[in-house]
Design a protein around this ligand. Structure first.
Ligand SMILES: [Zn+2]
Length: 476
């Protein structure tokens, strides 16, 4: 845990060398645990191209003599290329648009203050960010509708808006990520971009203005309000591939008749990398998310190596989960063993926080349950061994977090493979630099690893492979 989620790993962000370092580290640990390689070409690795589209580094924005530093002074919110040289007209608010000639001009407005909302019941962070971001988009839409040629929204100088600006910049500068859809099972993720779950809380794009849209830091207000202020913007998008990777290892079973029936343990080794500082720390360590499951899988692997089960057990650490479940989607599209030979997927995401007495499992209630036997095995393992009080609310389709849709079991379930997800659920350090090894509840992590291990042990030794629920259909 301390090695994988220490600062030296720099937050393991997919699309950077930091994830590759973590991927290589996991493979090395898997080898030491006694797993046999089950990736490509006799290695532990399955490398695949992550396709990325973002605003190009050479893009330039200036106001008069001020050259703005991209993502520090300005966020580009619109998509596509633009080459602009426009006079700037400053208006007080959307209502003033009616009495102002904005045609052919860049229209600038200061964002009004919006009341800081108390955190929603479960969404720990990001409410204010998404509310502010939606406000920016709505005002930009007003400007576009009034005939403005470009929209400039300026932060009003409050700490809340500064934080919302930084949070939006850090996401937007990275662009969007996807994988080629070749090999996708029919009806699964055909041509879809990043996984919807991973986008939760970021705010929708519906009704967004068609004009080029920029969000400026508060410091730019003077330059924008200067007489004869001019906006020059040369913005272009670029697309490229960068490798991400899955780590795949196996423990062979003892029963030759079951040699083609794999129980699959799933986690992800990536996290969110180095971003803007929170309380002086800019490394988003991802100890709970998801070093907790990654290291639990190593422990489970050692246990199966010592005492192999009847069936073989496959271990897959997925890359780029945080970028939209990309590694698991890739593996499902390009499986190292055929889908028909994967009898169950036991995924875990964040299993090292909150009370040692309670936990959650998803995929055991309709419409998320896609195997009665797998659900029963997990519940039996808990009843006999770990005795967690199970929080059942997160597995319901009505739960506002949509937790079921936010981790790597989902592509497998959509492909018709029995799948469950183990989790100790959200906490205030979720997706912040405070998700550190020192804040892990190690007795809890040990118990969750026990639960995942015992469930896999039951499934891997059962006389029958788990059933698949007929007519399985998720709510979205
Ligand atoms: Zn995660």
């Amino acid at each position: 845990m301390y090695a994988m989620a220490g600062d030296a790993m720099r937050g393991r962000e997919a699309g950077t060398l930091d994830e590759m370092r973590a991927t290589a580290w996991v493979a090395d640990q898997a080898r030491k645990a006694g797993l046999q390689p089950m990736g490509d070409d006799g290695t532990f690795f399955q490398w695949w191209p992550m396709h990325r589209t973002r605003v190009g580094d050479g893009s330039e924005i200036s106001v008069g003599d001020h050259e703005l530093t991209m993502w520090k002074d300005a966020i580009v919110l619109s998509r596509g290329n633009s080459d602009l040289d426009l006079p700037i007209v400053f208006v007080s608010d959307s209502a003033a648009l009616e009495h102002t000639d904005v045609h052919g001009k860049a229209v600038a407005m200061v964002l009004p203050s919006i009341a800081t909302q108390p955190p929603a019941e479960f969404t720990i962070r990001g409410n204010f960010q998404s509310t502010t971001s939606q406000l920016v988009r709505r005002m930009a839409s007003d400007i576009a509708r009034a005939g403005g040629a470009a929209a400039i929204l300026i932060a009003n100088g409050t700490p809340d808006q500064k934080m919302a600006f930084d949070a939006t910049a850090t996401v937007t500068m990275r662009g969007s990520y996807t994988i080629d859809s070749a090999g996708a099972p029919a009806g699964s993720y055909a041509r879809s971009s990043a996984g919807r779950g991973a986008q939760a809380g970021r705010g929708g794009r519906g009704g967004f203005a068609s004009a080029p849209t920029f969000w400026f830091r508060h410091d730019m207000l003077g330059a924008v309000q200067a007489p004869d202020a001019h906006l020059k913007a040369f913005v272009f998008t670029e697309s490229f591939d960068y490798p991400s990777g899955n780590v795949v290892g196996v423990v062979r079973g003892t029963d030759p008749k079951l040699a083609d029936q794999y129980v699959l343990y799933s986690g992800h080794q990536d996290h969110d990398g180095v971003r803007y500082p929170v309380m002086g720390d800019s490394i988003w360590n991802g100890a709970d998310d998801n070093a907790s499951v990654s290291v639990a899988m190593l422990a489970i692997a050692r246990a199966f190596v010592q005492h192999p089960a009847a069936r073989p057990v496959l271990f897959v650490w997925h890359g780029a989960e945080e970028r939209g479940l990309l590694g698991s989607r890739w593996f499902v599209n390009h499986p190292e063993v055929p889908h028909s030979q994967i009898v169950a997927v036991l995924n875990g995401d964040m299993i090292g926080r909150n009370s040692v007495d309670s936990a959650a499992i998803l995929g055991v209630q309709p419409p998320h349950k896609n195997s009665d036997a797998l659900a029963a095995a997990a519940l039996r393992a808990n009843a006999e061994l770990t005795h967690f009080t199970i929080d059942t609310s997160w597995d319901r389709p009505t739960h506002r977090e949509g937790w079921y849709f936010r981790s790597d079991h989902l592509p497998y379930a959509r492909a018709g493979i029995p799948a469950v997800m183990f989790s100790s659920l959200l906490h205030p350090d979720y997706h912040t630099p405070r998700d550190e090894p020192s804040r892990i509840n190690f007795p809890k992590l040990k118990k969750m690893a026990d639960w995942m291990y015992a469930t896999g042990w039951i499934v891997a030794n059962a006389p029958q492979r788990p059933d698949v629920v007929a007519n399985f259909k998720l709510e979205r």
